[in-house]
Design a protein around this ligand. Structure first.
Ligand code: HEC
Ligand code: HEC
Ligand code: HEC
Ligand code: HEC
Ligand code: HEC
Ligand code: HEC
Ligand code: HEC
Length: 251
């Protein structure tokens, strides 16, 4: 508990069971050096590719970059009868050839490292902003002890949607001390992190990680969306974040 305000509020949280996780098959596609199982002509066009990879851009949310063709990001090389399909730039730099990195003070570790495809499909997915799973499940995938598979021997972690990262890529990561249902106990004990916003009433949007945090970057500590609360001041007037929902608590 970092906050002094232990309030005698009755907390009623509808048990909110998150939608089941989907696991798009994610494999380490480049471990064989990009050797393609089928011989391709170096000038093969997008229609040729989608002839076999028909479902790659068929999910609900398609990445706009797909419109310019597969070869915007992939290159084909033929050598001694072996076809290799690789990326036109290292995977941690590819996305940044079109998207620029935020210049905020605080950058989220995986974002800063250019590990964009850890959270986003480069092609398409059934979730907004073509993330592999729903946004809340993306966050819980690394920050909930119950969701992240940790292999101490190999020094790797695996997310529920099948992406593997090394401990080095995960430098500084921490688990939240959540309850079993992964719906409460952060940022203070008993606090909801999902479900209806009972503090503001049924018309307000449900609470998610993104209610209080940005996903990539922010100018405030802990990647918060607003001036963080000051734990040393109970009647802190700049604790914008908490006051959004709890104005009655801090007169
Ligand atoms: C005749 C069918 C066929 C065509 C045409 C084809 N692929 Fe593939 N491709 C496959 C199969 C089969 C695999 C292996 C299984 C899988 O990953 O789906 C594969 C795997 C891949 C992989 C995974 C890594 C690798 O090299 O194994 C990439 C990337 C890829 N294809 C890109 C392309 C691109 C880009 C094109 C168009 C230039 C293309 N493919 C055209 C059948 C095809
Ligand atoms: C915006 C860049 C981009 C475009 C455009 C793109 N790809 Fe990819 N593709 C990638 C990246 C990056 C990976 C590696 C993903 C990873 O490491 O998780 C990949 C992996 C793949 C794979 C292997 C993994 C998988 O998802 O099955 C296939 C097959 C593939 N691409 C086919 C295609 C085809 C076919 C097209 C054109 C319709 C295409 N790609 C267009 C960036 C792109
Ligand atoms: C060839 C240029 C290009 C490359 C390379 C590229 N993108 Fe994009 N991306 C675009 C364009 C264009 C848009 C649509 C305009 C926008 O929203 O900024 C877009 C949109 C997006 C969106 C927002 C989708 C939405 O619904 O709001 C995401 C997420 C994204 N890209 C992720 C990636 C990732 C991850 C990579 C690397 C695998 C990548 N992009 C590489 C051009 C690119
Ligand atoms: C930790 C997971 C994660 C990583 C890593 C990540 N993103 Fe995102 N990204 C998200 C989520 C979740 C959203 C949706 C944010 C929202 O709606 O508030 C998003 C939104 C976006 C958007 C659309 C909104 C915007 O900010 O323009 C783009 C484009 C994008 N990401 C590109 C990237 C690129 C490029 C990288 C790598 C440099 C990257 N992302 C790394 C999770 C991630
Ligand atoms: C791939 C694993 C991964 C995913 C997915 C992920 N995180 Fe993180 N997160 C990390 C790592 C590693 C750190 C520690 C490095 C750092 O400080 O950014 C971190 C740090 C943070 C921090 C503390 C930042 C700081 O400066 O103290 C916040 C807040 C955070 N993550 C929120 C989120 C949210 C919200 C999501 C979902 C959009 C999310 N994370 C998804 C790996 C992940
Ligand atoms: C009601 C607002 C709120 C919500 C919702 C929320 N957080 Fe936080 N989070 C905070 C505040 C405030 C802090 C900084 C105080 C602290 O460290 O306890 C913080 C800190 C963090 C940190 C850094 C923890 C550390 O020990 O340094 C991570 C990681 C994090 N949040 C991830 C998440 C994730 C993932 C979710 C969704 C499952 C989430 N948060 C939902 C307000 C929130
Ligand atoms: C998006 C709205 C929202 C934000 C922002 C928010 N809270 Fe809450 N908070 C709630 C809801 C909903 C509850 C549960 C029902 C209630 O108390 O009204 C709650 C409950 C609490 C409780 C009581 C927990 C219990 O066990 O009964 C405390 C203490 C609390 N919040 C403190 C904070 C602090 C400190 C912050 C700023 C870091 C904050 N809240 C930010 C919505 C929010």
């Amino acid at each position: 508990m970092r906050y002094g305000c232990r309030c005698c509020l009755i907390l009623l949280i509808a048990v909110f069971i998150g939608s089941p996780l989907r696991s798009p098959a994610q494999v380490d596609v480049w471990s064989n050096g990009g050797v393609h199982p089928v011989t391709l002509k170096a000038d093969a066009d997008t229609a040729t590719c989608t002839g076999c990879h028909s479902d790659i851009a068929k999910k609900k949310y398609v990445h706009t970059a797909i419109e310019t063709g597969c070869k915007t990001c992939h290159q084909i090389q033929n050598e001694k009868g072996v076809t290799r399909v690789t990326l036109v730039a290292p995977v941690t730099q590819l996305c940044l050839t079109c998207h620029s990195l935020a210049t905020n003070k605080v950058l989220h570790g995986p974002y800063k490292n250019g590990d964009c495809v850890v959270c986003h499909s480069p092609h398409s997915s059934d979730f907004r902003q073509h993330t592999w799973v729903a946004h809340q499940d993306i966050c819980l995938g690394c920050h909930a002890r119950a969701r992240l598979k940790v292999n101490k021997k190999k020094k790797i972690v695996t997310t529920p949607w099948g992406v593997t990262l090394t401990f080095a890529q995960m430098t500084g990561w921490m688990f939240l001390n959540l309850d079993k249902t992964l719906t409460k106990n952060h940022p203070v004990e008993g606090h909801p992190i999902s479900g209806p916003n009972t503090a503001l009433g049924p018309k307000s949007p449900s609470i998610t990680c993104m209610t209080c945090h940005n996903t990539h970057a922010s100018n405030y500590t802990d990647m918060l969306i607003k001036t963080p609360p000051d734990p040393s001041q109970f009647l802190c007037m700049t604790c914008g974040l908490c006051l959004d929902c709890h104005s009655h608590l801090f007169p």
